[in-house]
Design a protein around this ligand. Structure first.
Ligand SMILES: NC(=O)c1ccc[n+]([C@@H]2O[C@H](COP(=O)([O-])OP(=O)(O)OC[C@H]3O[C@@H](n4cnc5c(N)ncnc54)[C@H](OP(=O)(O)O)[C@@H]3O)[C@@H](O)[C@H]2O)c1
Length: 266
């Protein structure tokens, strides 16, 4: 899909105009992006679109060989490099950072995330081992990624660290849905936001831009079979998010964006 078509599809589907030309921007200034959680869902779509736009894409996944779609993309686009990475494994993050030590990374995209499942987070029967898994994946992982890859990002032209958060982590935007069985998922995204705000301050002197990004309510495995009118596809979410990432400047560091480009209150 070319850029004009992508904008038309999005405007039709969401009523929201998508400004700018991501393809044109990237074609004149391609970079290297590292994406976590590339096997499926939003991460896989980011891999596809950045690769189509000519970026060098380091697509990481817990088990790249298991994702047929990721394998097919890597076969089609020679600019995709596959790496194995479980973001809950701090030693594995260090090992990948060491392996890529001479590779500047323009955009570090912390996308990998888990919900933990509603049945594990009912107050009264919370499963604390799953709680730990969620915090390790959604909070410790992005913090460790940002820390381990700071030299790679600092050595790049664009110097951006973007973490996929959720409005479920916002104290004011929390979903009005009646279920309250997201206690540790919501806590993890609030913690992610605070961690990245702190990271933005810590990395300011290196001119690294650190932002949080809500993807919208997206039809992926993450939401199971749920289909609501307000939901968007991964293609729409990514097409709306890429121009936001492309336009980030140091003035944006520490900000939390919605997929619409508005600032999310949190
Ligand atoms: N979908 C939504 O409506 C929505 C809304 C707000 C925020 N988000 C956020 O968007 C991000 C992507 O979600 P999605 O909707 O694309 O979900 P998804 O379809 O369930 O995909 C999640 C991805 O994260 C990966 N992952 C999970 N644990 C990992 C780990 N320890 N190390 C590395 N990768 C891991 C999964 O890999 P495997 O294949 O190995 O499991 C998969 O690639 C998440 O951070 C999520 O919280 C989603």
């Amino acid at each position: 899909m070319n850029d004009a078509t992508r904008r038309t599809v999005l405007q039709g589907a969401t009523g929201i105009a998508v400004a700018g030309s991501q393809t044109a921007q990237a074609a004149t200034n391609p970079g290297t992006i590292l994406i976590t959680g590339s096997s499926r869902g939003i991460g896989l779509e980011f891999v596809k679109k950045y690769a189509e736009d000519g970026w060098t894409v380091i697509a990481t996944a817990r088990d790249p060989a298991k994702s047929e779609q990721l394998q097919a993309l890597a076969k089609k686009h020679k600019n995709i490099r596959l790496e194995t990475l479980d973001v809950s494994d701090v030693k594995a993050i260090d090992a990948l950072a060491a392996k890529l030590k001479d590779t500047p990374i323009d955009v570090l995209l912390n996308n990998a995330g888990i919900s933990g499942g509603a049945d594990k987070q009912k107050v009264g029967s919370i499963d604390y081992s799953v709680f730990d898994d969620v915090m390790h994946t959604n909070v410790r992982g992005p913090i460790k990624m940002a820390e381990a890859f700071t030299p790679h990002v600092a050595a790049s032209k664009q110097k951006k660290i973007v973490s996929i958060s959720s409005t479920e982590g916002s104290l004011t935007l929390i979903s009005p849905r009646p279920d309250v069985n997201s206690i540790f998922y919501r806590a993890s995204k609030s913690a992610l936001n605070m961690s990245m705000l702190n990271m933005a301050k810590a990395l300011k002197d290196k001119n690294i831009i650190v932002t949080m990004q809500s993807p919208g309510f997206v039809q992926t495995d993450f939401v199971g079979g749920l289909r609501l009118p307000i939901m968007i596809t991964a293609e729409q979410s990514v097409a709306m998010t890429m121009p936001i990432i492309a336009k980030l400047t140091m003035d944006d560091t520490g900000k939390y964006f919605r997929h619409t480009g508005d600032i999310a209150p949190w």
